[in-house]
Design a protein around this ligand. Sequence first.
Ligand code: NDP
Ligand code: 8X3
Length: 256
Amino acid sequence: MENYIFITGASSGIGEACAKKFASENFNLVLCARRMQKLENLKEEILKSHTIKIILLELDVREKNNVSESINNLDKDVKQNIICLINNAGLAAGKDSIDKGHIEDWDRMIDTNVKGLLYVSRAIIPILKENCIGHIFNISSIAGKEVYKDGNVYCATKHAVDSLSKAMRIDLVNDNIKVTNIAPGAVETEFSIVRFKGDEVKAKSVYETFTPLYAKDIAETIYFAFSSPKHVNLNDITIMPSSQASATIFKNTSNY
Ligand code: NDP
Ligand code: 8X3
C-alpha cells in the first residue's frame, strides 16, 4: 500500500499509539514532533516488525513558516499519497484560576492547540483536496465539551478545536474529505507531566484513583472511525474511561 497517514505529536502518547496502529495496518507514515530522538526510536521500533515507509519531520507546529515549508517540501510521491491527517499535537500548561494564570502558558496552549492545528491543516488540506480523498481527525477533549475549575484556557483551546472540526466538515463536504472530532476523557500519557511542568508525582496522582484510558484505546477508536465505509462518517466521538462520568466526576470521587 502506498497511502500515507500524517500524524502530529507522534513522539509520545496518543500520536505514538496511532503511528503503531496504522503501521500494523500496513500504512506508510509521516510522523511529526519536536523531539527527533523519540521519533527516531519509534521509527526503529516499528520497522522491526513492519515493512512500511516512515518519514520523520522535526516540526514545532507553532512555527507557521516551517510548517508550510516542511510539508510543501515533502516528495511528490509522498504528498500525492497522503490520505489522512491526525491533528494530535497539543498540551495543557498549568492549571490555575484565570486571575493567577501565567500568560506564557496561555500563549503556549493557544499557539499549539489552536494556531498550530490550523497551520498544519492549512498546509495539508490542499494536498487532500488534490488527492480527492481524505480523513481529518482533530484531537479535542472532554475539555472541548465542558469547562472545569482552573481549566479555563486549555478548555477554551479544546472548544476551539471542537468548533474547527464542525467548520472543516462544512467547508470540506464537497471534497470527499471526512472530519472526525475526537474528545477523550483522561488518558494516561505524558499529558499530566507536561501540564504540571515535570512534577511526575503530581501527574501520577491524577490517575491513581481510577483506571484511565490508555493511548492505545484512542488509536483503536481512530482506526475504527477511519475504516468506516465510504458513505459513513463518525462526526464526533467522546470517549471516556468507564469510571469517568464527566470532566470532573469519577467513580467514588468527585474531583481530580
Ligand atoms: P503527550 O504529552 O503524551 O503527547 C503530546 C504530543 O504533542 C507529543 O508528541 C509532543 O511532541 C507533541 N507536541 C506538543 N507541543 C508540540 C509542538 N509545539 N509542536 C509539535 N508537537 C508538539 O500527550 P497526549 O498524547 O495525551 O496528547 C495528545 C493530544 O490529546 C493533545 O492534543 C491533548 O490535548 C489531547 N488530549 C489528551 C488527553 C489526556 O488525558 N491525555 C485527553 C483529551 C485530549 P514533542 O514534545 O516531541 O514536540
Ligand atoms: C485532557 C483531559 O480532563 O484533563 O484533555 O482536560 S482533561
